[in-house]
Design a protein around this ligand. Sequence first.
Ligand SMILES: [Zn+2]
Length: 380
Amino acid sequence: MKAKRVVGVLAALLLCICMIMPVNTDAAAQVRVRTVKGVTSSYTGRKSYCYVNGQKRKLTKYPIFKKSGAYMGPVGAILKNSKLKVKATAKGDKLTLTYGPNTVIVRADSRIAVTNGQKSTMGAPVVHGTYTATGKRRWIVPLNSVCTRLGINYKLSKGRIYISGTTQSSSNNTTGSTTTTTTKPSTTSSKDKIKIVIDAGHGGSDSGATGNGMAEKNLTLAIVLAAKRSFDKDSRFQVSYTRTSDTYPSLSQRAKLANNKNADMFLCVHINSASASAHGTETLWSKSRNSATQKKGLTSKTLAKAMQSAAVAATGFTNRGLVDRPNLYVLKHTNMPACLIEYGFISNKKESARMKANTSAYGKALYKAVVNLMKKQGKY
Ligand SMILES: [Zn+2]
C-alpha cells in the first residue's frame, strides 16, 4: 500500500517537471543547417511533413524550420519532386524556379526574388546549405514567399502546411520573360497589399465599339477612372492601370503589365456591341485557364461571378451571365485570375444612354465588388 503511494507521488512530481520544462529546449525540435560559407545555425519550428496537393509529404530527413518568422522548406522534396513539378535550375548561388508561365529567381542568403522580371523582398533569405543530420546540401526557401510568387497556394492551418497548385506535366513553358527588368523594388509594407491591374478597354487610335454618338474607349475610361477614385483612398490595395488617359497600350503590353506586377487579379472593362436590340451585361472569362491562373485561393470563375453580379446590380440590365472566351488575348496571356466585364450594348439606344450617365456609379460598384470578394475570401 505504502509503495503504491510513493509511486503515485513520484508520477505526480514527474508530471509537474514535464509541465514546467519549456518545449523549445527539446533538441529534437531543432534543425541544424550549415551554410555554404561554413556557418552552422540551429532553427526551431521543425515540421517533418507537409501536404502537397492533398498528399502528405514526409520530410524526416529535410524538415521544415523557421527562419526570420518564415517557414523554410527544401525545394527538391516539396516543389520539384512533388506533383507540382516545379523546374529548378541552380547555377552558383543562383536558383531559378519555373512553374507554368512564372519564373522566380532567388539567390543564397538573399531576400530578393525576381518574379517575371519584377524585384520584390521575401519574408526570409534563401538558404543554400547542408542539413547536418544528413550531410546533404539542399536549397531551402521561404515557402510562403516562393509559392505565392510562383502562383502556388500556400496555407498554414492549425500548425500544418498545405501547398497546392496545378499538377504539372514535365512541359516547360517559358512565356513569362525574365529579360525585361523593371527595377522598381517593392517595399515590405506593400507586400501584403492586394495587387490589382485594371484595364480600360481600347483607347487612343482604337475607339472600340461605337454607336449612338458614343465610343467604347471613353466609357471604359470613365468607369475605370471612377473606380480609381475609390481605390486611391484604400491603402489595402495596390492598383495599376493599363491606361488613365486616351492612349492605346497594345494587348501584349496590357497582359505584360499584369504579369510583371505579379497581380492578384486582372480586371478588364469593356462595352458590348451588336444589333440595336441586343441588351444586357455579361462577363467573359477563360474556363480552360481557370485552374492554371488561380492565385491565393481565387479563381477566374469566382472573380468573374462576383464582377458579373456586381455589374448587373449596378446597370440594372439583363443578366447574360458568364461567357467562356478562351481565345481573348488578355485572358489567354495573363497568369492570374482575370475577367472582362461587358457592361452593356453601345448599339442599344437605351443602354448606351444609361451607361453614359452612370459611369461613376459603375466604377464605385466595381471597387465595392472587389472589397466584398476579398472579405468573402477571408483576405481581411
Ligand atoms: Zn471592347
